[in-house]
Design a protein around this ligand. Structure first.
Ligand SMILES: [Zn+2]
Length: 341
C-alpha cells in the first residue's frame, strides 16, 4: 500500500501543466471526486484496523500535496499566459490587419458610365423608386393598353393602382424636364423593378442608366456621335458600333445600339451568339409628345434619350453570365473584383 502512495507522491511532484487541457487532466486525476485519491480513501475499509490511523494520515498527506501542486500549476499557467501576452512586441507602426471591402462590379460600371458622360457635360439626376403612373408611363407616351402596364411586368401598390415601383429610370427624365428649363444634358442612374421570376437571365430588380440631351437643333447625328464616343471610351477605341431600328413608346425614331463583341473581337462566341455583335442600349429621338407632356415646346426643342442596363454592361465587361451573382453578396464572387478598387 505504501508503495502505491509513494508512486502517487512522485507522480504528483513531477506533474506539469502547460495548457488548460493539461491542467484539467491533472484536476480529474488527483482532485476531482473520482480521482485516484478518492479510491485510496475508499480502500480504507480493507486496511487492518490497527493500521488505519497511519494509512489515513498518509492518504491525507498525498491529498494535501495534490492540492498544493494544483494551486502551483494554476499560478504557473496564469503567469505564463500573462508573460506571453506582455512579452509579445507591439509594433504601433503596422497598419491594422483589416480585410478591406472591394468596389462592387455594378458600382464600378456605374461610376465609369457617369465619368464618361460627365466629360462631355452631362450632370446626374436622381428620382424616387416608388413612382406614379404619370411619371412612369403616361408622360412617356405609353398607350393605355401597353403590355408593360400589365401586372406581370410591374409591381403595383395593391391599395392604389396609380402607384408602382418604377420599371425604368426614364421616369427621372420626366421629373427633370417638368421641373427645369432646357437645355438638358442629364444622366439618371438608379435601381428599377420588374415583376419577373428570378433566374440567371432575369431579376426582379436591376440597375439602369438613363441619359437625355435636349436643346435647340439636336439631331440624330448628335445621338450617334455621343453614343459612339461612349462605346469607345468604355469598351476600347477599336470598338465598332451599329444601330438597328427599334420601337420604344417615348422615342421616335428609335434604335438599339450594338457594339462589336469585345470578348471574341467580332469573330463569334457564345456571348454574342456567334454574330460578332452584342446589344448594349436602346436609344432614339425623344417623341415630341413626351416633350409636350413636360411643358416643353417641341417646335423649339428637340432631344435624344438612351437607356442601358448596368448589369448588362457589367456582364459584357466581366463575362459574368448569371444576374443573381450581383445581389447575393458572396465574398468569393466580390473578391474577384479587388483589382477594380
Ligand atoms: Zn463574341
Amino acid at each position: 500500500m505504501s508503495e502505491k502512495i509513494n508512486a502517487l507522491k512522485a507522480e504528483i511532484s513531477a506533474a506539469t501543466a502547460k495548457t488548460q487541457e493539461e491542467l484539467e487532466g491533472y484536476r480529474l486525476k488527483f482532485i476531482s471526486r473520482k480521482s485516484v485519491l478518492g479510491e485510496l480513501f475508499a480502500d480504507m475499509k480493507n486496511v487492518a484496523p490497527e493500521d488505519r490511523k497511519a494509512y489515513g494520515q498518509a492518504v491525507n498527506e498525498v491529498k494535501q500535496q495534490a492540492e498544493e501542486k494544483f494551486k502551483e500549476l494554476i499560478a504557473g499557467l496564469e503567469s505564463s499566459d500573462a508573460g506571453s501576452k506582455s512579452s509579445a512586441p507591439i509594433d504601433l507602426t503596422l497598419p491594422p490587419n483589416v480585410n478591406l471591402g472591394t468596389v462592387h462590379p455594378l458600382t464600378y460600371i456605374h461610376n465609369r458610365i457617369v465619368e464618361i458622360f460627365q466629360k462631355i457635360g452631362f450632370n446626374v439626376a436622381d428620382g424616387p423608386e416608388i413612382e406614379d403612373d404619370f411619371h412612369n408611363f403616361t408622360a412617356l407616351n405609353f398607350p393605355e393598353n401597353h403590355p408593360a402596364r400589365e401586372m406581370q411586368d410591374t409591381f403595383f401598390i395593391e391599395s392604389n393602382p396609380d402607384i408602382a415601383l418604377r420599371t425604368h429610370t426614364s421616369s427621372v427624365q420626366i421629373r427633370v424636364m417638368e421641373n427645369q428649363k432646357p437645355p438638358f444634358r442629364t444622366l439618371a442612374p438608379g435601381r428599377v423593378f420588374r415583376n419577373e421570376a428570378i433566374s440567371a437571365r432575369a431579376h426582379c430588380f436591376f440597375h439602369q442608366v438613363e441619359g437625355f440631351f435636349v436643346d435647340k437643333n439636336v439631331g440624330l447625328v448628335d445621338l450617334k456621335q455621343t453614343l459612339y464616343y461612349f462605346a469607345k471610351e468604355l469598351f476600347g477605341q477599336d470598338t465598332k458600333v451599329r444601330f438597328r431600328p427599334s420601337y420604344f413608346p417615348f422615342t421616335e425614331p428609335s434604335a438599339e445600339m450594338d457594339i462589336s463583341c469585345n470578348i471574341c473581337k467580332g469573330k463569334g462566341c457564345n456571348i454574342c451568339k456567334y454574330s460578332g455583335w452584342v446589344e448594349i442600349l436602346g436609344s432614339g429621338m425623344i417623341d415630341p409628345n413626351v416633350l409636350e407632356n413636360c411643358g416643353i415646346d417641341s417646335e423649339e426643342y428637340t432631344g435624344f434619350a438612351f437607356g442601358m442596363g448596368i448589369e448588362r454592361i457589367a456582364m459584357l465587361k466581366f463575362q459574368v453570365n448569371d444576374l443573381r451573382l450581383y445581389s447575393e453578396n458572396d465574398v468569393r464572387f466580390l473578391n474577384q473584383f479587388k483589382h477594380l478598387s
